[in-house]
Design a protein around this ligand. Structure first.
Ligand SMILES: *[C@@H]1O[C@H](CO)[C@@H](O)[C@H](O)[C@H]1NC(C)=O
Ligand SMILES: *[C@@H]1O[C@H](CO)[C@@H](O)[C@H](O)[C@H]1NC(C)=O
Ligand SMILES: *[C@@H]1O[C@H](CO)[C@@H](O)[C@H](O)[C@H]1NC(C)=O
Ligand SMILES: *[C@@H]1O[C@H](CO)[C@@H](O)[C@H](O)[C@H]1NC(C)=O
Ligand SMILES: *[C@@H]1O[C@H](CO)[C@@H](O)[C@H](O)[C@H]1NC(C)=O
Ligand SMILES: *[C@@H]1O[C@H](CO)[C@@H](O)[C@H](O)[C@H]1NC(C)=O
Ligand SMILES: *[C@@H]1O[C@H](CO)[C@@H](O)[C@H](O)[C@H]1NC(C)=O
Length: 509
């Protein structure tokens, strides 16, 4: 159980800022007044000259999570509009921080905190069962990249303020705004010219293609002098599901197929349940019919209702398709039951310790996946919409792209759906892709993943649930960054994305 109230010794309170969860003083009053920005020791503040509503404030080197000597960290708030404060946590690369890429990690949801990625998947530490102590993650992605984790939309994680985001498309401008202030601030401006990677989890399969498409449009306006601002040039996009596939046509059908014969696990449900799932999906007025109606509605006004209904009918809370397919299993990892034993949640209590929040400058209690930022997405029917059509042009444009998925245990974004969706992407390499066989990657003689590398990379990882890096940290990170010699016995497929000379042509790696 998580404590309902924080214990705060009065002695500590004397020199602490009022915290939202423990005081009646609104954190928004504090946050919005630039005059009071010094309320935490060593808080650095920066505001855009052309728009003082957009600003940055953070604390540095407080020794939480990353304890590797000499490795700097910063955390705090990026104010992207009136009373809209995104939480961020930045870790310098453990090696070559002055040349290593700059990677933004976004967890999914929509509305889930990116601290999930930080603490459960690829951050500098994992939290022990005591929720107080940590172990260093030697496979942290910050071994080889500067990493920034951002909580968005407003409401997720430690973020604060009013949320106006109701879809993937409306989320993009705020993330762009965050880069504007980061790139103009003294602390982060050095990353303007650095290799920029956008890496996402889960619903990030929506965010990734949509955000990069939006950034590119803004870049074009800046180039033609129609907009003043910093270019945000993402060179690499890493997503761990196929965009929009969760309840998309292909993934929906894959729930039926997966329950019928999960690769390596066989038939998941008895015949009568399979018939029921099949009927819910293929039957008259069923999931498939509704999703087709959603795609046909496009971006019309009506599409919101149609897509929302399709989502309601097909999605996880509903017993019609996915829930029946998963039954008493964790839909994110069929090897576990619904109690979702792994990845562990120990980090949540650590994050909410008053001492932690004081050190890292978090002004509110932590919310892992609150409903508030999710609800508006549900209302506009964002989930069943397809982002694969946006990904094709990005692949055509030369964006380096890695899609990695669970090869076996994830039901919700399962392998059958991913396998069907990737060849559905329309881009110049399509014909070559469908003819190319997978390469099996082994590590210490054990097969760990498959790899398809046809100008973009598709990597199904073995023995992994939904949050792939949490299950196979070694597979998700290549410690041998030499980038020249090819050795498929190591975690090869991330090599092209994180290597010493990041500008090197990925296909030579
Ligand atoms: C800053 O916010 C205030 C209050 O919402 C608004 O009136 C003003 O136009 C904003 N400034 C800019 C440059 O957007
Ligand atoms: C904005 O957030 C504040 C604090 O949570 C709340 O009091 C206020 O009603 C919100 N405003 C709107 C327009 O939602
Ligand atoms: C979603 O947000 C956009 C942009 O703020 C707005 O124009 C649109 O009306 C909103 N849609 C709904 C259903 O609230
Ligand atoms: C699935 O449903 C469709 C449409 O109702 C039906 O034609 C088909 O025979 C069913 N398949 C199975 C395996 O139940
Ligand atoms: C889930 O699995 C755990 C560990 O195997 C077990 O202790 C627990 O009883 C199971 N719960 C249910 C509801 O099956
Ligand atoms: C990551 O960096 C740490 C600290 O610099 C180092 O001890 C560790 O071996 C590195 N991990 C890998 C997989 O290279
Ligand atoms: C590949 O990796 C294995 C295990 O790490 C090692 O034994 C082997 O020498 C490596 N081969 C090359 C060509 O680097």
């Amino acid at each position: 159980m998580r404590p309902k109230f924080l214990f705060i010794p009065t002695l500590v309170l004397a020199f602490l800022p009022p915290l939202a969860a423990v005081a009646t003083v609104s954190p928004f009053q504090i946050s919005d007044s630039s005059k009071n920005h010094n309320f935490l020791p060593q808080t650095t503040f920066f505001a855009l000259v052309k728009n003082p509503n957009v600003s940055l404030r953070f604390v540095s080197d407080f020794g939480v999570c990353e304890t590797t000597p000499g490795v700097h960290q910063k955390s705090g708030y990026i104010t992207v509009g009136k009373n809209m404060h995104m939480w961020f946590w930045f870790f310098e690369s453990r090696t070559s921080p002055e040349t290593a890429p700059f990677t933004l990690w976004l967890s999914g949801g929509p509305g889930c905190s990116s601290m999930i990625g930080l603490f459960q998947e690829n951050g500098p530490c994992y939290v022990n069962p005591d929720s107080k102590t940590i172990v260093i993650n030697s496979f942290s992605w910050n071994n080889i990249s500067n990493m920034i984790y951002i909580d968005e939309p407003i409401g997720a994680g430690f973020s604060i303020g009013n949320d106006t985001v109701n879809s993937t498309e409306t989320a993009a401008p705020f993330v762009w705004q965050a880069f504007q202030v980061l790139f103009e601030s003294g602390a982060f401006s050095k990353f303007v010219s650095r290799e920029l990677i956008l890496a996402t989890d889960s619903y990030g399969g929506h965010y990734g293609p949509a955000f990069v498409t939006y950034f590119n449009k803004q870049n074009a306006l800046i180039e033609s002098w129609l907009l003043q601002g910093e270019r945000v040039e993402v060179s690499t996009l890493i997503i761990n599901k196929v965009p929009g596939a969760r309840t998309s046509l292909l993934q929906g059908q894959a729930y039926v197929d997966f329950a019928t014969n999960a690769p390596g696990y066989g038939q998941l449900q008895p015949d009568n349940i399979l018939a029921q799932i099949n009927q819910s999906y293929f039957g008259l007025g069923g999931c498939r019919e509704q999703e087709l109606a959603c795609y046909a509605a496009g971006d019309s006004i009506d599409s919101e209702n149609i897509c929302r209904k399709a989502d309601d009918f097909c999605k996880i809370q509903n017993d019609n398709v996915l829930n029946l397919a998963a039954a008493n299993r964790d839909p994110y990892d069929l090897r576990q039951n619904t109690s979702a034993l792994f990845p562990f949640e120990f980090y949540v209590d650590l994050s909410n310790l008053h001492s932690t929040r004081t050190k890292i400058g978090a002004e509110v209690r932590y919310k892992e996946c609150p409903n508030a930022p999710l609800r508006p997405f549900v209302k506009t029917g964002d989930s069943p919409r397809m982002f694969l059509p946006q990904l094709g042009p990005l692949a055509d444009s030369g964006l380096k792209l890695l899609i990695w998925v669970s090869r076996d245990a994830d039901i919700i974004c399962n392998w059958l759906g991913a396998h069907a969706s990737v060849p559905a992407m329309d881009w110049y390499g399509h014909d070559r892709l469908v003819k190319t066989p997978f390469t099996i990657m082994t590590m210490n003689g054990k097969a760990v993943a498959e790899m398809l590398n046809v100008d973009f990379s598709f990597a199904p990882v073995y023995q992994a649930g939904h949050q792939v890096p949490a299950f196979q940290p070694e597979t998700s990170f290549d410690s041998d960054k030499s980038c020249i010699k090819s050795n498929l016995t190591r975690f090869e497929f991330l090599r092209p994305f994180f290597c010493d000379n990041f500008l090197v042509d990925m296909f030579r790696c």
